[in-house]
Design a protein around this ligand. Sequence first.
Ligand SMILES: Nc1ncnc2c1ncn2[C@@H]1O[C@H](COP(=O)(O)OP(=O)(O)OP(=O)(O)O)[C@@H](O)[C@H]1O
Length: 243
Amino acid sequence: MPSVPVVEISEVTRRFANGVTALAGVSVSFDTGSFTAVMGPSGSGKSTLLQCAAGLDRPTSGRVSLAGQDLTVLSERRLTLLRRDRIGFVFQSFNLMPALTAEQNVALPLRLAGRRPSRSDVLASLAAVGLADRGGHRPGELSGGQQQRVAIARALLTAPTVLFADEPTGALDSRSSEQVLRLLRELVDQRRQTVVMVTHDAHAAAYADRVLFLADGRIDGEILAPTAEAIMMQLARLEAAAC
Ligand SMILES: Nc1ncnc2c1ncn2[C@@H]1O[C@H](COP(=O)(O)OP(=O)(O)OP(=O)(O)O)[C@@H](O)[C@H]1O
């Protein structure tokens, strides 16, 4: 299958009001149906890159485009609509409402936006994450891994062009992490979902097709078809350079 870049980040710099430059001229693209892990030492700019790529933060300069649409020129209103319809985001904390069932949690963002997702779409999203039989359960009745899968189902409801995940396994034990990572891998392999994931965990990053390394707000290498060992060696090199 040919590679088609769906997210294109060109010369993106993000400087905060406190003078910190979190990203310094980063250029990278993500292909449709690819799974990329973003790694690097603490403070290297991983979350900022994800937030800029997802239209949650605006670069100070440079360009971010999603399927050919330049996000950096959109009004706040149009950016909000684009984020809602075309971008999925999953965080380390699952951000589920404890009083609502899994089905209600999946439907909530669209309901808050004044839309009524069909029950069959909500159930299809839960089925896609292997939780077809858990729609009536509240978060407290689900394991951490299952709660994260509900959060992924919620992100998938609009069939987003890209699914961004910031440390999606950071709060999970190794068994639950593996379930979530296998799910992300399946979404890429079976549905051609594009996934971009920030992680500190070399074993998690080894599920990706490509690992991108950041250091000091710049891209500092990548590994294709990564193994956990190769990733750990590259990270050790970056950590040593940072000292
Ligand atoms: N809103 C903000 N205001 C000011 N500085 C910020 C802000 N957000 C991030 N930074 C700074 O930008 C740099 C990059 O932060 P970022 O969170 O992107 O790094 P990271 O690689 O994701 O780190 P970690 O692995 O610790 O989560 C850091 O020096 C951080 O302190």
